[in-house]
Design a protein around this ligand. Sequence first.
Ligand code: HXC
Length: 258
Amino acid sequence: MSYETLIVETRDGVSLIRLNRPEALNALNSQLLGELSGALDAAEVDEAVRCVVITGSERAFAAGADIKEMSTKTYAQMFAEDFFGASARRIEQFRKPIIAAVAGYALGGGCELAMLCDFIIAAETAKFGQPEINLGVTPGIGGTQRLTRFVGKSKAMEMILTGRMMDAAEAERAGLVSRVVPADQLIGEAMAAAAKIAGQSPLAVMMNKELVEAAYETTLATGVAMERRMFHSLFAFDDQKEGMAAFIEKRKPAFKGS
Ligand code: HXC
């Protein structure tokens, strides 16, 4: 599959999706988000893909939704198109892990795209922000909800009401990113984490992802009960037998996804 706004390569169980609109700092337009949904559709059904990494350029992960494309739209158009709703749902419903590898600007929809991923690894150059207030609008792909869950009310409110950006060190302190790495090691570190995931049982990976997501969606008691059920259910699979046998026999497990 070839794309105009993405560069996609799959190796060692990992699909690396690079956003590629350098002339607009990877601003998210309909074409890019449509292609991203298509790339995720393909990755979802491709058994060779066990994990996805989404990244941008050195200068920008993505500088937001494309303001030039949005600026003249009417309310009727935004509502009828459900502007970017389908693309956001595509990422939310993706069952394999997605890592965001962020260098440079992750602003507005770019920050929201990173937060839609399962975790964020940031380069020291990363800058996160929700500057929509400067345009007279709110975030529109979950920023008010997800940033608040990541960093708490006070910091989220300040950033969203003032449009202030946060650098990588602050993002790590606040819990927005899992870790910060030197810029020249970003892709290597993200691909290494993805390869580690790709080597695990894909069934256990999907269940673990679903359970961590449930921590945001449900009560503690329901989430814990769900976890116990899924934990028990994994004993129906060969991969659990293989994983535990490999530990006892002091060898590396060979998971088959069955
Ligand atoms: C369209 C964009 C863009 C964007 C940058 N560009 N961001 N085009 N939409 N979001 C374009 C610029 O117009 C310019 O093109 C080129 O990329 C380089 O940008 P510069 O501004 O010249 O670069 P620089 O001075 O380094 O400033 C970088 C920046 C700034 C701080 C990131 O570009 C910026 O503030 N961008 C907008 C960020 C923003 O407001 N994002 C939120 C968007 S709203 P030309 O052709 O002029 O050279 C949003 C809502 C999501 O995301 C919800 C949707 C449902």
